[in-house]
Write a protein that binds this ligand. Structure first.
Ligand SMILES: [Cu+2]
Length: 104
């Protein structure tokens, strides 16, 4: 095998290793995936409710985002499921004074 072929082989090996490395990272990252929990909260009526619920949920660990829709009265929470649970989020909404039903 001449030097040129050997260099080519090395380059391919490096590229392949990089590819496997990035794919593995992706798999590890998706194991601690951000999950989405959706709740129906019929008592939501104004921007104040929206602020109360958002603040209450954000005090929990691992909350990525909270979206409150005033029209549909739906709360969508993105969270790290290694840090919190749907039940804890539901409890936080209820502690803020609103009933919350999990929507699948
Ligand atoms: Cu309100």
């Amino acid at each position: 095998m001449n030097i040129k072929q050997n260099n080519m082989k090395t380059t391919i090996l490096i590229l392949l290793s990089l590819f496997i490395f990035t794919q593995t990272n992706f798999i590890i990252a998706s194991n601690t995936a951000v999950k989405t929990a959706t709740f129906k909260c019929p008592e939501i009526s104004c921007a104040g409710c929206k602020a109360h619920i958002t603040e209450a949920v954000k005090t929990l660990d691992g909350i990525k985002s909270v979206k409150v829709n005033l029209t549909t009265k739906i709360v969508i929470v993105k969270y790290d499921d290694s840090k919190t649970t749907t039940d804890k989020i539901k409890a936080a909404i209820e502690d803020a004074g609103y009933s919350a039903e999990t929507v699948d």
